[in-house]
Design a protein around this ligand. Structure first.
Ligand code: 13P
Ligand code: ZN
Ligand code: NA
Length: 283
């Protein structure tokens, strides 16, 4: 069955690789990332934002992920990404999610702590692992767009305090990445990351990995990142493949034909990302 991300992230942290978390939106994108992970024997996190949960339907996402976990002998986690709504988070847990992110990073520090604490208490009763965010990662994700000037990087000492007071399982850190595409190449604060990693003992998460050069992702993993989130770099090629198909076949109308190259494109990119994360051949 689908699992929490606890064991897979602890393994990753111990062995200095990262588990990729791919944001999916439908059957085709889910199949693309699953086929990639299965072929490369990588642990996999299938990430769904609240927007995707509303779009695809909670029961459908859980059923598809469970079917995948049954069919393929690699660890598969279905993860609720960037949830700001505690009620929705509880609904997802009741429907079968074993991995959630509560994102109260936009709130004050004390509010972030109290919301995260409450979610951790609730989730652990169901053996669900919880990711929280401290500092604020900018850019466009789901229905939120945060300007760079409003972002803040994660402070290592505050991170330690936050983890001790919330008992959270993993932490999303702000070290210079942003959601979506970059206008210019992002500068990652590896020193900050390495300081955070030396002070805390839980897995750290890199958001906004699309558009980050491979060398920088590898360096981030070397410096303590155990989970890498990828959304935009799958969305764009998926859409491009469909556009390309219709350009060549303007009268096409069979989804089995026009969506297959798009799914294969997602698979190809996901395989690249798995290699960059170093998570191939771990299972
Ligand atoms: P990108 O869209 O930049 O890959 O960000 C993904 C992400 O952080 C999902 O939570
Ligand atoms: Zn994110
Ligand atoms: Na990005």
């Amino acid at each position: 069955d689908i699992v929490s991300n606890r064991e897979m992230l602890i393994e990753a942290r111990k062995n200095k690789y990262a588990v990729p978390a791919f944001n999916i939106h439908n059957l085709e994108t889910m199949k693309g990332v699953i086929e990639a992970a299965y072929e490369l024997r990588s642990p996999l996190m299938i990430a769904t934002t609240p927007g995707t949960v509303k779009y695809a339907g909670l029961e459908f996402l859980v059923a598809m992920a469970r079917a995948a976990a049954k069919k393929y002998d690699i660890p598969i986690a279905l993860h609720l990404d960037h949830c700001t709504d505690v009620e929705l988070l509880k609904q997802c847990i009741q429907a079968g999610y074993k991995s959630v992110m509560i994102d109260a990073s936009i709130k004050s520090y004390e509010e972030n702590i109290s919301i995260t604490r409450e979610v951790v208490k609730y989730s652990h009763r169901y053996e669900v692992s919880v990711e929280a965010e401290l500092g604020l990662v900018g850019g466009q994700e789901d229905d939120r767009d945060i300007d760079e000037k409003d972002t803040t990087l994660t402070d290592p000492h505050i991170a330690l305090d936050f983890i001790q007071r919330t008992n959270v399982d993993s932490l999303a850190v702000a070290i210079g990445t942003a959601h979506g595409v970059y206008k210019s190449e992002p500068k990652l604060d590896f020193e900050r990351l390495s300081k955070i990693n030396s002070m805390v003992s839980i897995p750290l998460v890199l958001h906004g990995a699309s558009g980050v050069p491979h060398e920088s992702v590898i360096k981030a993993v070397e410096n303590g990142i155990s989970k890498v989130n990828i959304a935009t770099e799958l969305k764009i090629p998926f859409a491009e493949a469909i556009k390309e198909y219709f350009k060549e076949n303007p009268s096409a109308n069979d989804p089995r034909y026009y969506l297959t190259p798009a799914k294969d494109m997602v698979k190809k990119i996901a395989m690249e990302k798995i290699r960059v994360c170093g998570s191939a051949n771990r299972y």
